[in-house]
Design a protein around this ligand. Structure first.
Ligand code: SDX
Length: 466
């Protein structure tokens, strides 16, 4: 069975039977036959346009809502085999990277294509460490939010606002500007994330501490109080750095597709990454880790699991943290995260929700409804339990996902800008509406008095001066 993702094969052009790699298509409307070249297991959408009934037609298109079977680009950053549960970055397995690497080293690998040498990593780390501050005026932006504003809404605004502080980033073809945008985005996203937490809590903002590592500095900006220096427990820093690695990139997911789509208009990378933050916010994507914790709390006890799963099967609920567009096997990231649950509980405090999560997984994976649909735990199923054990509030979970994913978005954005085949993304459509209608004057408009929108609200009190 073809893997989800066709890797470029040097012997491309000859199929396994030695036949030329082409697809022969017969249009039964005309009896005409077409030979479509097959490259990397795909046909080019544009090759369909020659298939017409009448010569003056636009030609055939493919129709693939939500791009369930459409490759949008060529990429060498991340390889996923959903059936086998394999995830690799530039050819290195996620397991190897979690065991041997650090998040900043993985960020370098994603963006520049190779593991850095010692001097390269030192320079990369120095540059990122020394760009963690944000302009003081950004604090005024955060002060404009309600005390209970969702941190993802604040992060979305903060990242977009960065584009106004670095207008030179519009020179997207300037390698130095691209480098600085990559460094600034990776360096400043934790600061903006921490600001959103501190605003929610009513705490003063904590400035970055250049003595600390990337993960230590984020935890310091979140949790530092009156102590002169906040150095988090090594177990928490290690677990968070691994979680950052696990969330760094995941090929053409919803938010990366948003970054590539918005970035294809040649907008600056800050604005393109802000689009990624917006897409990640959704509960079907990055917002799932937050939704999992709320789901576990609603289930409340192991005894309630059978009833909950019955409601899922009746489609009254979704089993958040389960299922994946690509993985039809266990998400390897979920397996790695489970390995950090016990060390985190030893360093913090035991989170009883893990019992509900583990029993929920067990019962779901014994149920044909889930196994027949190949629904397994994904990266979001256990990650929130670790964040909660660290003392991070639930509505900050997706913000923590956005921090490392910024490195992946930057890598994908750069790859797109360097791809000669890419240009502004502008899909076509199947038009289903009316055509060539005559204008109807107001007096002639009849029909049911259908008022759209909710019933008009009567003002609770007379307007001032009424
Ligand atoms: C992430 O793409 C990425 O790589 C994303 C990500 C990344 O790193 O960037 O991995 C991060 O977003 C992980 C996914 C987090 N989201 C969730 O955990 C939310 C819950 N999951 C689902 O909403 C769903 O599984 C998706 C959105 C993740 C995938 O949806 P698909 O591929 O569109 O699958 P589908 O909706 O067509 O489902 C196929 C079947 C359906 O049943 P039938 O209608 O055919 O009978 O499976 C069912 C669905 O109803 N189903 C679920 C389910 N997920 C799918 N049923 C119950 N609970 C679920 N979670």
């Amino acid at each position: 069975m073809a893997t989800e993702q066709q890797t470029t094969d040097a012997s491309a052009g000859k199929g396994v039977s030695g036949e030329t790699d082409t697809l022969t298509v017969t249009d039964n409307r005309t009896g005409k036959t077409y030979e479509l070249p097959i490259t990397d297991g795909t046909i080019r959408g544009l090759d369909l346009r020659q298939i017409k009934v009448k010569d003056d037609e636009f030609g055939m298109m493919s129709y693939d809502p939500a791009f369930t079977n459409t490759a949008s680009c060529r990429s060498s950053i991340t390889y996923i085999d959903g059936d086998a549960g394999i995830l690799e970055h530039r050819g290195y397995s996620i397991e190897t990277l979690c065991e041997n690497s650090s998040f900043l080293e993985v960020a370098y690998l994603l963006i520049w294509g190779e593991l850095p040498t010692k001097p390269q990593l030192e320079r990369w780390t120095y540059d990122i460490t020394h760009h963690t501050y944000v302009h003081e005026d950004l604090k005024h932006l955060f002060e404009g939010f309600r005390y209970d504003a969702h941190p993802m809404g604040m992060l979305l605004s903060g990242v977009g606002a960065l584009s106004t502080f670095y207008p030179d980033a519009k020179q997207i073809n300037d390698p130095e500007e691209r480098y600085m945008a990559a460094v600034r985005l990776i360096a400043k996203i934790p600061t903006l994330a921490a600001y959103s937490y501190r605003h929610n809590m009513g705490f003063p903002y904590v400035y970055p501490d250049n003595d600390l590592s990337y993960a230590e500095n984020f935890l310091s900006m979140v949790f530092k109080k009156t102590e002169p220096k906040h150095v988090p427990k090594a177990e928490l820093t290690k677990a968070l750095d691994v979680l950052f690695i696990l969330h760094a990139d995941h090929e053409q997911n919803c938010s990366t597709n948003a970054v590539r789509g918005v970035g294809s208009s040649d907008v600056d990378p800050y604005s393109a990454v802000a689009a990624g933050v917006a897409a990640l916010y959704g509960p079907l994507h990055g917002g799932a880790n937050e939704a999992v914790l709320r789901m576990l709390r609603r289930i409340d006890t192991v005894d309630n699991i059978p009833d909950f799963l019955a409601r899922v099967k009746d489609r009254e609920e979704k089993l958040m943290g389960f299922g994946h567009r690509v993985y039809k096997n266990y998400d390897p990231r979920a397996r790695i995260i489970q390995g950090y649950l016990d060390p985190i509980f030893e360093a913090t405090e035991y989170n009883p929700l893990v019992e509900i999560a583990r029993e929920l997984e067990k019962q779901a994976l014994e149920d044909e409804y889930f196994t027949s649909r190949k629904l397994y735990p994904n990266v979001d199923f256990y990650s929130g339990i670790i964040y909660e054990a660290m003392g991070i509030p639930t509505d900050m979970f997706t913000v923590i996902f956005a921090i490392p994913r910024t490195a992946g978005w930057v890598a994908q954005w750069m790859e797109m800008k360097e791809d000669p085949e890419q240009k502004i993304a502008r899909p076509r459509q199947i038009y289903t509406g009316s055509r060539e209608r005559d204008y109807v004057q107001m007096a002639d408009r009849e029909g049911p008095e259908k008022i759209v929108g909710p019933p008009a609200r009567r003002p609770k009190r007379p307007r001032r001066g009424a």
